[in-house]
Design a protein around this ligand. Sequence first.
Ligand code: ADP
Ligand code: MG
Length: 340
Amino acid sequence: VLFNKYQELKGNIRVMCRVRPSLGAPEDDRAGMSFPDEKTSAEIVLAGPEERSSLGVVSRKNYPFEFDRVFMPASQNEEIFGEISQLVQSALDGYNVCIFCYGQTGSGKTHTMSSDDGMIPRATHMIYDTITKLKEKSWEYTMEGCFVEVYNEELNDLLVPNERNSKKLEVRHDEARKQTTITNCKSVRLSSPDVVETMLSEAQKNRSVAATKANERSSRSHSIFILKLVGKNLATGEQCEGTLNLVDLAGSERLKHSQAEGDRMKETQNINKSLSCLGDVIEALGRASGHIPYRNSKLTHLLQYSLGGNSKTLMFVMVSPLEAHLKETLTSLRFATKVH
Ligand code: ADP
Ligand code: MG
């Protein structure tokens, strides 16, 4: 209901902000990144006067921000899912939906999207429950998933072990049917919640092979979980086809080019380029006129038919509450304001 109301006002794009809690100990380094000042840094990100939609960053200056919704550190993933469950329903109703997590490394993107308690398992569980109920109304659904990453402007299949990931993945658009396929990409029929769990742990394993602690691969690539939902009404013959894309973006921190050389430099440029290209596309869609520059990056090219048209987009901007991260927090919030 909220979404429909919002749609009338601003189209199909919403932007929400989530502030993670401070983690306490610097040894809490599960993200593969250290938080040097975690323990001593002050919290500077505060709820605004209208707590559900505004946010204040208070350091030496005040920086007010407005979003469709703001989640403060006490919020749990369950509450976040409450906001996106309508979008999951939309995908079952035949819409294309994209949900992004944007933010610096360590801001909570993976915690929100793909942890055991994150949006991916919650969305798939909700879909199973709904599909079961819809059976009584003669609707039969199939759900297929693939899981890819965009790294250095190339697509990799996360469901295939790296050493066998030799066939090139390519994006193919069927313009007439407005559908996208990825060639050579493994697609799994998700017939039960167990299959989803196996798939996620497989992806996790394949992804971490290349990871080193200092340069964690997952923070340098975008991961995209693509769920295709095809429903057919056995009584009426009616059909619908929707897609749910859950995207854990590369860390948005702007690495200085002077610190990077060679491959690392190229990697950095590619991340900067594809994130700003995503921003440009969403911004252009918000203006609802003119050219949409989908082709400028692999990510937006892949998601072309799930961004714009009558598809629905939700961007979560994730931030740390700490003074130590002020600069990146402001950069992220400004990016999100630009696309809002
Ligand atoms: P990112 O994917 O953006 O790099 P992570 O999701 O890995 O960040 O989060 C970094 C660390 O912070 C992890 O240890 C994660 O468990 C923790 N964390 C992030 N968000 C929350 C939260 N809302 N509640 C509790 N812990 C969180
Ligand atoms: Mg992550």
